[in-house]
Design a protein around this ligand. Structure first.
Ligand code: PLP
Length: 380
């Protein structure tokens, strides 16, 4: 059976550029980049090259890039690093549709004595500057709103939201983990003070990512214990991961415009197929230009996502119901109920996410399998 992978929002396959960068590094450059001898200097050169590349691709200065073990760490570092450096401001605001990495980090800060507020989203997952300003307080330290939603693909207006947060004197963080591979994420144009990105969502290795920290942002390290990353993240640097991440980022950005255009066309075709089935409705932004190019998230009335996903998997189609991080909890993703769906309705949502290698024939076949599975389950 030929399998069809439609879960690129969970992770993407490693591209050859990243594979070569990782293996070259692992086989030929084992030094510790902090060592002063020639072995260390060789590794430091590779790490510096990776940092320069990531910085350039994000419109940042290399000194503003902190390599992390991925998006979850970057999100935790953003919230907790700013909180650790906080003065009198003790209020954190996150949107209602954040990934568990942001939500859980905020919950830990609440337990540590910060107060945490939630900015509501509308029925399509949009967080408006008005909603942000309605929830902000004089003592708000940081506002965190994601760039592209991982479940239903809605793209937020980050420059507008950053402006609104700044107008109240708060810092602004955005989780751009889903956005960075497919769309341009420019630190300067975004206005954000902190931006999280992850390599494995852009055809790079797992366990690699970065946090952009705008110069001058009050920030303390999440991981103490070394002077690596200019004192902002302790621990011997994973040079091969950084090299693979930078190579994947460069390769992805190189063809991003064409890939996004192609994915949008395929995504629209696929959504048309899914929505033609009775009782199937779109979840997330209805304006397709304000949706992640690869995201096709739908609700299938009367069909539990778990049952449908298992049926699809049996036929070789891989999709998911929400963030892979919460997939084992057997609960609907929190961001879906934030759209106003009941728990039962949220439990009927499935997410298909296309990648740059997705072919139309695969989507034709996946749509046939989807329709047959939905009818079988409903009949039963
Ligand atoms: N943020 C978002 C929006 C995500 O989709 C994910 C991964 O699913 C993460 C953060 C976590 O990133 P990582 O898997 O690199 O820890």
């Amino acid at each position: 059976m030929k399998r069809i992978y439609l879960d690129h929002a969970a992770t993407t396959p490693l591209c050859k550029e990243a594979f070569c960068a990782v293996t070259d590094c692992l086989s030929g450059c084992f030094g510790n980049p902090d060592s002063v001898h020639s072995f260390g200097r060789e590794a430091e050169k590779v790490l510096r090259g990776a940092r320069d590349r990531v910085a350039e691709l994000m419109g940042a200065d290399p000194s503003e890039i902190v390599f992390t073990s991925g998006g979850t760490e970057a999100d935790n570092a953003a919230l907790k690093g700013v909180a650790a450096a906080a003065g009198k401001r003790r209020h954190i605001l996150i949107s209602a549709v954040e990934h568990p990495a942001v939500y859980a980090a905020a919950e830990q800060l609440r337990e540590a004595g910060f107060s945490v507020g939630v900015i509501p989203a509308d029925g399509e997952g949009f967080v408006t500057p008005e909603a942000l300003l309605g929830a902000i307080r004089e003592d708000t330290l940081l506002v965190s709103v994601m760039w592209a939603n991982n479940v239903f693909g809605t793209l937020e207006d980050i420059p507008e939201l950053a402006r609104a947060a700044h107008s109240a004197g708060a810092l602004f963080h955005t989780d751009a983990v889903q956005a960075a591979g497919a769309l341009e994420v420019d630190a300067g144009a975004s206005g954000a003070d902190l931006i999280s990105v992850s390599a494995h969502k852009m055809y790079g290795p797992k366990g690699a990512g970065a946090l952009y920290v705008r110069r001058g942002t009050p920030f303390l390290p999440l991981i103490a214990g070394g002077e690596q990353e200019r004192g902002l993240r302790g621990g011997t640097s994973a040079v091969h991961s950084a090299a693979g991440f930078a190579a994947a980022f460069a390769a992805t950005r190189g063809s991003a415009a064409e890939d996004a255009a192609r994915m949008r066309e395929l995504r629209d075709f696929f959504l048309g197929e899914l929505l033609s089935e009775d009782g199937v409705t779109l979840v997330g932004a209805s304006d397709m230009s304000r949706r992640h190019p690869g995201n096709a998230c739908v609700r299938v009335e009367g069909v539990r996502a778990g049952q449908l996903l298992a049926a699809l998997d049996l036929e070789g189609v891989a999709a998911s119901a929400g963030s892979a991080c919460s997939a084992r909890l057997a609960l609907p993703d929190r961001s879906l109920t934030a759209l106003g769906l009941t728990e039962t309705q949220a439990d009927e949502c499935v997410r298909f996410s296309l990648g740059r290698e997705t072919q139309k024939e695969e989507l034709v076949r996946a749509a046939e399998i989807f329709r047959a599975a939905v009818r079988r389950i409903r009949k039963a």
